[in-house]
Design a protein around this ligand. Sequence first.
Ligand code: UTP
Ligand code: MG
Length: 600
Amino acid sequence: MRAGAATPVLAGPEPRLRLALRYLSHYRGRYAIGFAAILGASLVVMLPPIVLRDAIDALNLGVEGGPAPTMGTLIWYGLVIVGLAMIEGFLRFAARLLVSGTSRDLEYELRNDLAAHQMTLDRTFYLRSQTGDLMARCTNDLQTVRDLLGPTLIDLARILTMLIAGFFFLLTVNTRLALISYAYLPIVAIVIGAFGKQVEERYGRVQEQFGALSARVQENISGMRTIKAYAQEENETAAFGVANREMMRRSMSWAYWTAGLFPLMTLATGASVILVLWFGGADVLRGDITLGQFVQFNSYLLILSNPLLALGWNITVLQQGAASLKRISEVLSARPLIADPDVPVVLEQVKGEIVLRGVTFGYGADVVLREVDLTIPAGTTIALVGVTGAGKTSLVELLVRMYDPTDGEILLDGIDIRRLSLSQLRDSIGFVPQETFLFSDMLSDNIAFGRPGSSDEAVRYALATSQLENDIPQFTHGLATVIGERGVTLSGGQKQRAALARAVIKDPPVLILDDALSHVDTHTEEEILRRLSEFMRSRTTIIVAHRTTTLASADVVVVLDDGRIVETGTHAELLAREGMYSRFFLRQQLVEELVEDLPA
Ligand code: UTP
Ligand code: MG
């Protein structure tokens, strides 16, 4: 789960096109061969009408009393036409196979890059995004882009080369007729342009709603426990129905425009045939062109009607691809606010002294931490206390650079943590967050997450320290038990202890426990703290806690209130001061005594 290399910065007015070109350029050789084959096919397809013209003019000569062509000659004409058709078919097939296959490679590369890029993005990005929508971008939109850069691109190349080649071949027959039959093309271009814009806009809205719908499905599935506990199944189903109806409405409004293009193109090609029959027929009667030439000309129109019809469809797919490409480029061009410095300072050995100087921080406009000054000497244990919402989690998350302070600085061993590499900083800190997250993987892999390939001994030590060892026999396959998604098959206390074991096994110089034992009973907590105290002896430890035993055993207690440090001192000093801490402590003591007295 290491972060991959960041993709180069995309800037400029049209990052979509640049993005597409950047990936296409990786396969330019194969695309070039594909396009060459398509160009070849578009030229070869123009040859049979010439053969047809010669055959008809030869026959016509016979009809008018001249030398009639022999049966052998006619068969020869036929064979040439079949041969040409075979060559054309082969070239088209080869081009499609090559380019479609290449678009799969391109999709593979783009998908890898998307996944790697998402690893580099920080909390702020994920707070703004919805999981389901991100997933839709990585699946649905990615497929649309692949279709655009594969089959659609090759089809568009075929259409364009055929229309251009066709015009030149028409010119060889008769300039006036050629101009007449292509006269409507500018109008077609304008119509397609207008349709295309509508299609792109509407498809963008369809994909946006698909993202919203995916986000809903994802939230409903992960929040299923809550939905059931509050009997909200019907309400949620109804709300889903509303979002789904909106999806249908948007899809229909998109479908009207894509469906409209096809008949419009048929009309346009039909109109050109009528014009050519009208003017060309007169030319034949006047003897300006031969009957063979007239048939040749009409054959071209017939051949060209196919790309014209396909043009409409391909333009819609092109616009859809553009809409999807935009959604993908939005993800790829997102930059993390928290990133490695260009030249990181490397600490040979982290001792674990932490200093906060004038640290101010807020998530938005609201300030959550104000001017916090705090020095934690290496190897000491501090307890962080404060009422809910006081800013304890925010403070410890700043230490691992989940966010950066808006003002002030945080030093580790005298170095601003923004000057260290993220990997050195985070490797130095064993952080047990308030909310535990476990992967749907083996318990042992979850514990060794930060140190894959840890020795059995290290695992055993972590299990003993976190007191999870006693629970292992309960699991069907012991440490090899695969736990459910997000750890749903473990109890709250088991999850917390697994998270603690995960931090302990990293063997870090700094340990941070953010209310990490809240779901563990008092006796187990005491046992964990007893074992941890040995582990913590040489390490800097920050414990966000409530329990009296934890507070009393800390070297220093820091009281946070509304984002400010209001009291600092040893447990005894603060008790004697009879301020906020002593009130907090005595109340907590009462609560614990009450719980102790309850019958088991
Ligand atoms: P904290 O999450 O730092 O408080 O939020 P805390 O001291 O750890 O609280 P408990 O004991 O775990 O409950 C401090 C403030 O920051 C806001 C919260 O609403 C709170 O007022 N906050 C927190 C945000 O605005 N956004 C967040 O993502 C997290
Ligand atoms: Mg908290």
